[in-house]
Design a protein around this ligand. Sequence first.
Ligand code: ADP
Ligand code: ASP
Ligand code: MG
Length: 333
Amino acid sequence: RKASNSRLVWGFIKILKFGGSSVGNAERVKNVCDIVRAASKDGRVAVVVSAMQGVTDKLLALDLDFVKEKHLTAAKELKVPAPQDLLDELEKVIKGIKLLGDASPMALDLAASFGERLSSRLVAAYLNKKIPSASVDSRELVKTDNNFQNAAVDFAITNRNIKKFLSKSIIHNSKFLIPVITGFIGSTNSNQTTTLGRGGSDYSAAIFGAALDVDVIEIWTDANGVMTADPRVVSTAFTLPQISYEEAFEMAYFGAKVIHPATMLPAIKREIPILIKNTFNPAHPGTVIAKDSGKEQMTVKNISSVDGISLVNVGGTNLAGVPGTAERGFKAP
Ligand code: ADP
Ligand code: ASP
Ligand code: MG
């Protein structure tokens, strides 16, 4: 790949994105920091993080206790300052939503944003003990429409913001600080918090990766790359060493949770390879998602599945030709 102007100017070689299980507790955060430090030996890297495991679900359920306990415990074990200011702010937000008794998509996006804001704070604080780093709130950079809970990114403004910000703010006293960026979240023109849809921090990583024209976007998760099926469901599933952007998109679109389908879109434009790696097994080569499909000749490469779905059969002799039957079926509680 020929390096573009942004790659040459900002010199970022790699984005590393860590999902919820990769930052699930203090021990996991330490492991993440080892991976980041090793990667940073080859050149400038940027980090994107998800919320700690289970946190987004609890935030959407407005459960403060779990979130508080999880981050305070991790901060203590990592020996970094407790993110008390963020937890206090979150408490106010949750109280406000409960008081109004109306959890609008806009209010839920604000509540959900604390997951990534808390985890980026903790990861950056710990990483900074070993190598200069700083947390970055992506709401200042990723601009979206106001379709809360599934907002669309305005790439013209976002790309400009990312390049401008990362050229200045990450240099402190002429030292490069590794940015630890919140995945999943953005904001509207009027600075209301938005999210990019569940699982969207993979997409955030690709947005930053494409803006900086990195050489590779690494998605660190808890599986050995993209496999032929969900390994939690099919014990004989095995890793696909290489698949094309189109194949990855299709698998993800139909339910393979290992990567968010939108991740492929910014990467395709610049032909940036996406590497799926396992934080729990870093030596495993994982999967490369690139322009070309792998060499293996396989008729079927993957079976995707979606959990929590029931099939309802509606039958009867007098359904045919009766108007409104489908509507009544779908409307049934
Ligand atoms: P993260 O928190 O790192 O984003 P996710 O839970 O969102 O991780 O995605 C990883 C999970 O995706 C795996 O633990 C696995 O159960 C599931 N998964 C579903 N389909 C696949 C597949 N084809 N290959 C690998 N993992 C898959
Ligand atoms: N924390 C967000 C979620 O749980 C985003 C992500 O994990 O990618 O959906
Ligand atoms: Mg995910």
